[in-house]
Design a protein around this ligand. Structure first.
Ligand code: F6P
Length: 323
């Protein structure tokens, strides 16, 4: 293998730049030519492909977002789109790919490999931490710390005004962001897709708090939980407790930005190198990740179909610590 391409795709995540940097520099280290592909699969289809070298990735390790830009490509979901992408890669002589992204990115990469045989090794880049085959995804640690900082601030005002705050965090179909926010933020409840929390139980918890002279509460709601988000949950609770002074805060995309933590920079650097080394060693159609601190390669098939479970201990801890 002489020439590889690198792209970021799907929702951006802090640390993606550190991973691009590591992939580019590892390629240079191993004597490969490396090309950047802009705007994920859209750029692959449109030929937004350019040569990179060591200096192309100077001064980016500390930056959030992705210098390669990102997109969720509808066209790549079609056979014609993938054919166009393949033709572009052929023109540039690209023989292997480093894909930095999440579930959708790897679903596309797997199809692409099956149809056209271009070996791809992925690095898990998503704030959601919802990928099977790695304990942590790039961007998750930063996102959780960003959310927690906001929750600490919300707690100040909740306490001053003696209010209940319903705080919605991201995570798509998973509660991986919500759980550490609830434990670390001292919340009474975490409502997550992986566990059933009824509106009635929230009402009971708030009432029990009032019974203990508790005047403010934080309820963390994962965006993917079954009731449909913080606004809906708060409305239902307020119907039963009309005297409750409550507010809703949706943290939203603030969770996706900002400089990556040292944890994310380290993980991204390690996995960027692992992608390139993996390609050189003949890995294909797999995601590089770390499990119990060891480097592992997991087939895309598993990363996209298997559910990464949240520890029941942690779910229980939220309940235990809110007594
Ligand atoms: O996958 C990352 C993520 O931020 C999810 O947590 C969220 O559901 C989604 O992306 C939001 O996507 P978009 O930026 O396209 O609105």
């Amino acid at each position: 293998m002489k020439r590889i391409g690198v792209y970021t795709s799907g929702g951006d995540a802090p640390g993606m730049n550190a991973c691009v940097r590591a992939a580019v520099r590892a390629a240079v280290y191993y004597g490969l030519e490396v090309y950047g592909i802009k705007r994920g699969y859209n750029g692959m289809i449109n030929g937004e492909i350019f040569k990179m070298d060591s200096s192309s990735v100077s001064n980016i390790i500390q930056k959030g977002g992705t210098i390669l830009k990102s997109a969720r490509s509808k066209e790549f979901m079609t056979k014609e789109g993938r054919q166009r992408a393949y033709d572009q890669l052929q023109q540039f002589g690209i023989e292997g790919l480093v894909a930095i992204g999440g579930n959708g990115t790897f679903t596309g990469a797997k199809l692409f490999y099956e149809e056209f045989g271009i070996p791809t090794v992925g690095a898990p880049g998503t704030i959601d931490n919802d990928l099977y085959g790695t304990d942590y995804t790039i961007g998750y640690d930063t996102a959780v710390n960003t959310a927690l900082e906001a929750i600490d601030k919300i707690r100040d005002t909740a306490d001053s005004h003696e209010r209940v705050f319903f705080v919605e965090v991201m995570g798509r179909d998973s509660g991986y962001i919500a759980i550490p926010c609830a434990i670390g933020g001292g919340a009474e409840i975490a409502m997550i897709p992986e566990a059933v929390t009824t509106v009635e139980s929230i009402i009971d918890t708030i009432r029990a708090g009032w019974g203990r002279s508790k005047t403010s509460s934080i309820i963390i709601i994962a965006e993917g939980e079954i009731e449909g988000g913080a606004m809906k949950v708060a409305t239902k609770v307020m119907e039963v407790l009309p005297d409750m002074d409550a507010r809703v805060t949706i943290l939203g995309h603030v969770q996706r930005g900002g400089p990556p933590t040292v944890f994310d920079r380290m993980l991204a650097s390690r996995l960027g190198i692992a992608c390139v080394k993996g390609l050189i060693d003949g890995q294909k159609n797999v995601m590089a990740g770390t499990i119990n601190s060891s480097l592992v390669y997991t087939p895309f098939e598993e990363t996209i179909t298997k559910k990464k479970e949240i520890s029941q201990d942690l779910i229980k801890a939220v309940e235990m610590l809110s007594v």
